[in-house]
Design a binder for this molecule. Structure first.
Ligand code: GDP
Ligand code: IMO
Ligand code: MG
Length: 422
């Protein structure tokens, strides 16, 4: 398989987990490069539903190696819990999982700070997953984070942890939160560290050797383009580079080794958490929720839903260099008629073709819609494009055309079999 970067082209939860699981059949190595256990990637297979947070979505297939790269922030206790949960479901985890020694750790004070900052923001909150992601990346950027390699050296870890807990307890106390008990954290983290030790390695060297041996690598993006710390709807974003460039820095694989970029997008738009969502639509949200769809895989929160936003996805194609598109959840539109597509924004009387950088301006943008006829039929058993109703075919073609990349996959249900390859 060509080395492939897979990114979310919207606000996260595009169905990346499902598409990664499908594409994994042709890959040798699957690597996560950013984010942490804020991610929730769902795979429905063999009658079971698996939700992956830190472990790459390739783990369900035998003979594939899954790598957690240097750019990921790892909560060791969450990772151990995830490994144990998957093992209980019969998933084999041993030599097929590697964890970067350079990845930064998420510690309990990160989670508490995340919570406190959100609380203090009141109505201006970001709506984070409260997994400590922002504070952990904050420590990384401030050059004061702890890494997996520290956890692998108990004496050094104890010393660094003690200093960090002292520093953060004074901050937490000033915020009126309970201080953290060093002993408890030390003990539980060291125990988790010992369980993770067999997986820890220099993943950069592993990936380069794999490339030398001609192995195909699939880079699994987490979150989505508009949650990117640079290109997203700042400050309503996550704290990592969720766009294609993050795959290089977060794994140590250089840009010229990347062969293609696949962008995953839903046939409509969703967002969980606060921040602008120009095409948000209350009726569409209610309809999707009434079908039991669009509840978050990590926090269970109801996702906000809206019409497909081609201004956003066109911009995502530009930033990520998307070559191929995977459109998921087409079946979500089965009984919607007419269907709207946002083809431009209007802001202060001006027509915009790219989203403004400023979140307040984006919030004030009025979508310009075109309408298409729906198909009022189930698409979930279609195996080929020709088996889709004509209006559904026209709809996905139009999404591809407006987004500006080649349509390569259409997904009509959560399982592997419900995938149409073009
Ligand atoms: P991710 O974070 O991008 O991996 O996406 P999530 O797993 O958080 O959310 C996507 C949801 O849509 C999950 O419940 C998937 O099982 C589901 N899903 C993915 N593709 C399809 C599809 O084509 N149709 C339906 N009905 N569900 C899908
Ligand atoms: P996957 O990989 C959807 C959102 C949160 C919040 C913002 C910041 O499953 O697509 P954070 O906890 O990262 O500081 O929260 O980002 N968010 C996601 N939304 N899917 C995700 O991951 C997300 N990860 C974070 O809801 O708005
Ligand atoms: Mg998700």
């Amino acid at each position: 398989m060509a080395n492939t970067i897979l990114v979310g082209a919207q606000w996260g939860d595009e169905g990346k987990g499902k598409i990664i699981d499908v594409l994994t059949s042709k890959a040798d190595v699957i690597v996560r490069s950013q984010g942490g256990n804020n991610a929730g990637h769902t795979i429905v297979h063999g009658g079971s539903t698996y939700i992956l947070h830190l472990i790459p979505s390739g783990i369900l297939r035998r003979g594939k190696v899954c790598v957690i790269g240097n750019g990921v922030v790892i909560d060791p206790i969450a990772l151990v819990t995830e490994i144990e949960r998957l093992r209980r479901l019969g998933v084999k985890i041993g030599k097929n999982l590697l964890v970067s020694n350079c990845a930064h750790l998420v510690l309990p004070y990160h989670r508490l700070l995340d919570e406190q900052r959100e609380l203090r923001k009141g109505r201006a909150k970001i709506g984070t997953t409260k997994r400590g992601i922002g504070p952990a990346y904050g420590d990384k950027a401030a050059r004061s984070g702890l890494r997996v390699s520290d956890l692998m050296q108990p004496i050094l870890f104890a010393k660094k942890l003690q200093a960090k807990i002292r520093e953060n307890n004074s901050i937490l106390q000033a915020l009126g939160a309970k201080p953290i008990n060093y002993r408890e954290v030390h003990e539980s983290y060291l125990a988790a560290g010992e369980k993770l030790r067999p997986f820890v390695t220099n993943t950069v060297v592993y990936l380069h050797r794999a490339l030398q041996r001609g192995k195909g690598i699939l880079f699994e993006g987490a979150q989505g383009t508009f949650l990117d710390i640079d290109h997203g709807t700042y400050p309503y974003v996550t704290s990592s580079n969720t766009t294609a460039g993050g795959a290089c820095t977060g794994t140590g694989v250089p840009p010229h080794r990347m062969d293609r970029v696949v962008g995953v997008m839903k046939a409509y738009t969703t967002r969980v958490g606060e921040g602008p969502l120009p095409t948000e639509d209350r009726h569409l949200t209610q309809m999707l929720h009434s079908l039991g769809r669009e509840f978050g895989s990590t926090t269970g929160r109801a996702r906000r839903c809206g019409w497909f936003d081609a201004v956003a996805t066109r911009y995502a194609t530009m930033i990520n260099g998307i070559d191929e598109l995977a459109i998921t959840n087409l079946d979500g539109m089965d009984n919607v008629d007419p269907i709207r597509i946002c083809v431009g924004y209007r802001l202060n009387g001006k027509h915009l073709e790219v989203p403004p950088c400023d979140a307040v301006q984006l919030d004030n943008c009025e979508p310009i819609y075109e309408e298409m006829r729906g198909w009022n039929k189930s698409t979930s058993s279609a195996k080929k494009l020709s088996q889709l109703p004509l209006n559904a075919r026209n709809y996905v073609k139009r999404l591809g055309q407006l987004t500006g990349a080649e349509l390569s996959i259409v997904s009509v249900g959560p399982t592997r079999a419900q995938t149409i390859f073009l």
